[in-house]
Structure formats: structure tokens, C-alpha cells
Design a protein around this ligand. Structure first.
Ligand code: NAG
Ligand code: NAG
Ligand code: NAG
Ligand code: NAG
Ligand code: NAG
Ligand code: NAG
Length: 386
């Protein structure tokens, strides 16, 4: 058994992949065959459907997974469409990343985040990243980068999406992400990457996050949770305050967790800057779905991957319906709602922009609002409520 695990660990390691890369390269179609099939990969919305029907085009997927946005559902759809198993797609090259965000430094020293056992389930080199490590990929790739925008006066326009090759190069900066990206940045002609995310109203996201972490949450502790975050985003906080909130039930043990519960969008898309977060969304994402428009978002996701509304509906049948925790949440009080709205000030700007972007993207995918709505009706007919 130990030997088997050792073998799997070896098969997983980068060295083993390097050793195989020489024969993999024989699979690269020649320049001329690429020109013959003439796909316009650089024009990703137009090429998406065509590309899927061409066996010569290899798709890589990055789903940037935020918390409490119905991201598990979105992830299930992407994994099903790409056929990548969830251990493989969840690896992202640094399976310890989500765990590292959680732990206190002292806890980490005693019990480091390890995930080799997960890697053992992934028998082929992954081509997708759909778990929370995706947040680290986008963060590190865009860190200290000025992302060029084709047309600043139309930031939500789909023409701002970077060509695939340029996005591959950007993500390649993140050394650990190379585990699932193309092995060689010199052979990108027949490869495309689809980058997606889904955003939810950040005010609701805060309430969901609190009750998800606190099964028996109540108004008293929710208010204290909100008050500390109000002071944090206002810059009116102290290290003593941070330590004190650690005595609350399910506190933020790290600043990463704290940011997750107040400021997730702007932190991981823009290193805290709303303007940068918008630019990241506009230049990097083929599709920004919206949780409040779930079915419209899902048919758009299917379309991006070259599936008809019926096909994505059939995919949906095998996926558990969104597990929301609305039963556990207490109703808002006015005070809670206004504090959460204040805390979410920056995230709301990112989310509002995400909504603009989503409209432009589905119009590019379906050509009209009407076509998109018809697709939703077909999706819902095939995938009835359970
Ligand atoms: C990005 O732009 C800022 C302001 O224009 C500049 O100071 C900085 O050096 C640029 N960074 C890079 C990596 O180009
Ligand atoms: C940029 O966007 C503006 C506003 O939509 C538009 O009027 C202009 O033609 C665009 N410029 C280019 C070069 O596409
Ligand atoms: C709220 O929850 C906290 C922590 O579980 C508990 O100490 C407190 O008594 C609860 N308050 C009410 C009013 O239920
Ligand atoms: C600053 O933080 C303190 C301590 O939590 C709080 O009492 C006060 O209301 C805060 N001030 C503002 C302007 O938010
Ligand atoms: C949390 O967010 C603040 C404000 O954007 C930022 O300064 C800080 O670096 C972030 N911390 C982490 C761990 O991301
Ligand atoms: C979305 O589609 C599912 C599956 O058909 C259906 O159960 C649900 O009611 C739809 N949601 C909305 C908001 O229409």
C-alpha cells in the first residue's frame, strides 16, 4: 500500500510530467494544420462554440470560487462539462492554499496543511482549477501588474477580454499554477482558457457567511461580528480589537479569513482596490455569472463551453440543487442590514460592475436578450425542480 501511494505521489510530481512532456509534444498539431482549421481563438466569445467542436483545441478552465455564492453548484457544472474529477480540479497546483488561509500561524507550524492524499486521486495531469485555490491564482497573477484595457471608456465591453495566449502568460507567473496550465508557453496556438466566476449580492453574502459559520447564530453575536467588520473596513480597528474578536464564536483567526467575511471580491480581484478589481473582471473573465440570476448564468456558462440549453439542462439533472442555508438564517434587523451594507460598500461596487459585465457577456454569447431567455426556458424544461 505504501508503495502504491509512493507511486501515485511520483506520478503526480512535476518531474514525472516533465519526463512525459517529450512525447506529449508529438500531439501538438503542426502550424499548418492549425492555420487550416483557422479558429479565431483570440476572439474567445466568438470562437467558444466552434472551438469545442474541434478535437484539436484543448480547453483549460479556471473557475474563481468565492465563498457563499453558490460556487459549489457552478463548480459541479464546470467539472461535469470538462469531465475532470473533483479531486483533480480541486488541486489547483497548491491544494494546501485554502487550508493555509484558515489556519493561525502557530497551528500551521504544528500541523501543516497537507493534501497529498487528494493528489493521489488525480491520475492524469489536470487542466482545470475550480476550487478556492483559484482565488490565490488570480490574486498572485495580477499582483503588481497593470492590466491593459482595450477601451477604458467602455470597461464592461467584451472587447476588453485579453486574448487566451496573454492570459496563459499572466497565470504562468504563478509558479504553482503551472501544474494545471499548459506545460509549454511556446505552444499555445491550439489551446484556450475559459475563466469564469459567479458573484452574489455581497450584503446577503455577509449574512450567509455568518450563519454558515455559526449554526446557532443569534442577533447579539451577529451584531458584534458586524461591528468589528465595520471598524475594520473603516480603518478604525486595533490589533487588540482583532485579538478580542477571536473570543467570539467562529471568529476570524487570520486576516485572510477576515477579508473573506467582509471584502472578498476587492481583496482577491484587486488587492483591495475596487478599480483594479473591475479591470481584472473586465480583462480576465470570459463570464461573470450572478447568483441572483442563476439559471441565466448557467445557460451562459453552457453556451461558453459549446453546450445547447438542453445539454446544459441535462448536465444540471445530475447536479444537486443549490444548497442554500436560508433555513438557518435569522431575518435581518434594520441595524444589521445597514451595518452590512456599509461593510460591503466596496464589494457592492465590484458586484454592480459584475452585473453590467454579465449582461454584455450574455448578449455577446446569445446575440439578444430574447435568445437568452428562450435558452433559460429550454434549460428549465429539461431540468425540472426536484
Ligand atoms: C503600474 O502603473 C503605476 C502608475 O502608473 C506605475 O507607478 C507602476 O510602476 C506600474 N507598474 C508596472 C508593473 O508596470
Ligand atoms: C470605446 O467605447 C466607447 C463607448 O462605448 C465607444 O464610443 C468607442 O467607439 C470605443 N472605442 C473603440 C476604439 O472601440
Ligand atoms: C447568542 O450566542 C452566544 C454564543 O453562542 C451566547 O453566548 C448568547 O447567550 C446567545 N444570546 C442569546 C440572546 O441567545
Ligand atoms: C471605532 O471603533 C470603536 C471601537 O469598536 C467604536 O466604538 C466606534 O464607534 C468606531 N467609530 C466609528 C466612526 O466607526
Ligand atoms: C485584507 O484586506 C486589506 C484591505 O484590502 C489588505 O490591506 C490586506 O492585505 C488583506 N489581507 C489579506 C491577508 O489578504
Ligand atoms: C432555475 O431552474 C431550476 C431547474 O429547472 C428551477 O427549479 C428553478 O425554479 C429555476 N429558478 C428560477 C429562479 O427560476
Amino acid at each position: 500500500m505504501a508503495r502504491l501511494l509512493g507511486f501515485l505521489a511520483l506520478a503526480w510530481s512535476g518531474e514525472a510530467w516533465e519526463a512525459r512532456s517529450a512525447c506529449d509534444r508529438q500531439d501538438e498539431p503542426s502550424e499548418s494544420s492549425f492555420l487550416q482549421h483557422g479558429l479565431r481563438l483570440e476572439d474567445s466569445h466568438l470562437a467558444a462554440t466552434e472551438a469545442v467542436t474541434s478535437p484539436e483545441v484543448k480547453t483549460f478552465s479556471l473557475f474563481v470560487k468565492f465563498h457563499k455564492v453558490a460556487g459549489s453548484t457552478w463548480r459541479d457544472y464546470v467539472d461535469t462539462m470538462t469531465g475532470q474529477n473533483r479531486f483533480c480540479s480541486g488541486n489547483c497546483g497548491n491544494p494546501a492554499w485554502p487550508c493555509e488561509q484558515d489556519g493561525t500561524r502557530t497551528a500551521l507550524e504544528h500541523q501543516p496543511c497537507r493534501a497529498e492524499t487528494i493528489a493521489a486521486f488525480c491520475h492524469t495531469r489536470p487542466t482545470t482549477c475550480t476550487f478556492h485555490g483559484s482565488l490565490g491564482v488570480m490574486y498572485q497573477a495580477t499582483l503588481d501588474q497593470n492590466l491593459t484595457v482595450a477601451n477604458y471608456s467602455d470597461l464592461a465591453g467584451v472587447q476588453n477580454l485579453w486574448p487566451d495566449s496573454k492570459r496563459f502568460q499572466l497565470y504562468w507567473r504563478v509558479e504553482w499554477a503551472r501544474a494545471w496550465l499548459p506545460m509549454n508557453m511556446l505552444y499555445l496556438q491550439n489551446k484556450r482558457i475559459l475563466v469564469t466566476t459567479i458573484l452574489r449580492d455581497p450584503v446577503e453574502k455577509i449574512r450567509s457567511y455568518y450563519y454558515y459559520r455559526n449554526f446557532e447564530g443569534n442577533h447579539t453575536t451577529f451584531l458584534a461580528f458586524l461591528e468589528f467588520r465595520r471598524d475594520y473596513v473603516a480603518g478604525n480597528w486595533t490589533m487588540e480589537g482583532f485579538e478580542a474578536q477571536k473570543h467570539m464564536p467562529k471568529p476570524a483567526e487570520t486576516f485572510s479569513i477576515l477579508n473573506r467575511s467582509c471584502c472578498e471580491y476587492e481583496t482577491w480581484l484587486g488587492q483591495g482596490s475596487v478599480d483594479k478589481a473591475k479591470i481584472t473582471l473586465s480583462t480576465q473573465f470570459d463570464l461573470v455569472g450572478i447568483t441572483e440570476r442563476m439559471n441565466e448564468s448557467l445557460v451562459s456558462l453552457g453556451k461558453l463551453y459549446g453546450l445547447t440549453a438542453e445539454e446544459i439542462g441535462r448536465v444540471g439533472r445530475s447536479i444537486p440543487k443549490d444548497k442554500d442555508n436560508s433555513d438557518e438564517k435569522l431575518d435581518w434587523t434594520d441595524e444589521e442590514k445597514s451595518l452590512a451594507t456599509y461593510i460591503a460598500t466596496n464589494s457592492l461596487k465590484v458586484y454592480d460592475f459584475g452585473n453590467e459585465l454579465f449582461v454584455r457577456q450574455y448578449l455577446a454569447l446569445f446575440n439578444s436578450e430574447e435568445n437568452m431567455k428562450k435558452a433559460v426556458a429550454r434549460f428549465e424544461a429539461v431540468n425540472p425542480p426536484s
